[in-house]
Design a binder for this molecule. Structure first.
Ligand code: HEM
Length: 391
């Protein structure tokens, strides 16, 4: 019998405080790990570490071409590399790997630390700030600007459109304006190539043919959107959590070398990008449920990341958890291309905030949250002991 839950709607379920959300997901995972929902045109919601991993590792049965989100976005074309399947997927992703490799990220580290230092300088003498608006949102924008070769004032526009799309993935004006922006970027780089990401994409060959202008715009859009809200919201959630759990924060302040390992656990616990989508390629029986070609499937990463079958006491935060094979960055061939960049950004952010304003307190009743493709924090007001700006 088909398990049906007309009520499951990720936009509503993920819009809860962390504690109730984890409890709610645990209940769903144990009672009905594969269930059909009628929300958003109908889809199968998949819960649990093994189920989610199995589907993510099987791109021939579960395609990414039908869209990485539910509901699908309103762009007039798929957005590779995330919305592409083998063998084309590798043709987009392979040539981009060096730009996001550990050595390439290492080269950006000094500039990124300098950005964070300047942003913290902007508020550290005041004793209060909006940590999201003044740090965690602008910083990924500046980093993406560096990679895309786009100045800061232009990135501001991109951040605006990205936020609108995170809230409403088919927002036509935001899509139109973003595509016009990327068309202009494409034409500038076509006329005058630079040593940057947009020029590299223009040079790609897909299936023996030069990449089309439309595909270039799609890749620019995908990578830009992927890099903006994800890092911003991950770091905001982590700062919010560390303000509630000062015991954990004190441990990291006392020994910052624990930060990289601790970040994996804080990411697992908060799971800022809670789910991604696939489309069933051909009729298949999955866990006794009759999935049909064309059915949409929602992989609940956050449920996998809290599955006791993989993580002992998953609702406990163990800063030195090992192993910690979470799916925060996905799994399989579409695993996050920006994983090394994201980890470096988060490390720098947490190191610098804990070094310079270690006693910050989030004003929890003033925090502004939203739910979209990511679990978002739009405002994160904090108070702290004022400190001098850096020399
Ligand atoms: C903490 C921050 C981040 C999180 C939690 C995150 C999460 C994810 C997840 C879960 C996927 C897999 C989606 C799927 O399988 O459908 C993914 C893919 C991807 N991410 Fe990230 N991401 C982050 C940061 C970034 C950054 C900074 C960039 C680049 C600037 C980036 C670029 C991408 C790209 C291009 C893909 C698609 C890869 C492919 O299809 O081969 N991400 N990300």
């Amino acid at each position: 019998m088909t398990a049906t839950n007309d009520q499951f709607d990720h936009y509503q379920v993920f819009d809860q405080e962390q504690g109730p959300l984890i409890e709610n997901l645990a209940e769903i995972r144990s009672s009905c790990p594969v269930q059909h929902s009628d929300a958003h045109g109908g889809f199968w919601a998949i819960f649990g570490y093994e189920n989610v991993g199995q589907i993510a590792r099987d791109p021939s049965a579960f395609s990414s071409m039908g869209g990485a989100t539910i509901p699908s976005h309103g762009f007039p074309m798929p957005l590779p590399p995330i919305e592409s399947d083998p063998p084309r997927h590798k043709m987009y992703r392979g040539p981009m790997l060096p730009i996001f490799s550990p050595p390439a990220v290492e080269k950006l580290t000094d500039s990124m630390r300098e950005m964070v230092t300047r942003l913290i300088d902007g508020f550290c003498t005041r004793g209060e700030a909006d940590l999201a608006g003044e740090l965690t949102i602008p910083f990924p924008g500046m980093t993406i600007g560096l990679i895309m070769g786009v100045p800061n004032d232009e990135i501001e526009q991109l951040k605006g459109w990205t936020r609108e799309l995170m809230l409403d993935i088919s927002n036509a004006p935001a899509i139109g304006e973003a595509l016009a922006f990327f068309t202009d970027l494409y034409e500038r780089r076509k006329a005058e190539p630079k040593d940057d990401f947009p020029s590299l994409v223009i040079g790609l060959e897909i299936d023996g043919e030069p990449i089309s202008p439309e595909e270039c715009l799609a890749v620019y859009a995908m990578v830009t959107f992927a890099g903006l809200e994800t890092t911003a919201n991950s770091s905001s959630h982590i700062f919010d959590l560390l303000s509630q759990r000062t015991d954990l924060r004190d441990e990291l302040v006392a020994d910052p070398t624990k930060i990289p390992t601790a970040l994996e656990e804080l990411l697992r616990y908060t799971s800022p990008l809670p789910a991604s989508a696939r489309t069933v390629s051909e009729d298949i029986d999955f866990m006794g449920e009759p999935l049909q070609a064309g059915d949409r499937v929602l992989l609940n990463w956050i449920s996998a990341n809290h599955d006791p079958a993989e993580f002992e006491s998953p609702s406990e935060i163990k800063l030195d958890r090992f192993p910690n094979r979470h799916y925060v960055f996905g799994v399989g061939s579409h695993r996050c291309l920006g994983v090394h960049l994201a980890r470096a950004q988060l490390r720098i952010l947490v190191e610098e905030v804990l070094r310079r304003i270690p006693d910050y307190e989030v004003q929890s009743n003033e925090v502004e949250r939203y739910i979209g493709v990511t679990r978002g924090i739009g405002r994160l007001p904090i108070k702290f002991t004022p400190t001098a700006a850096s020399a």
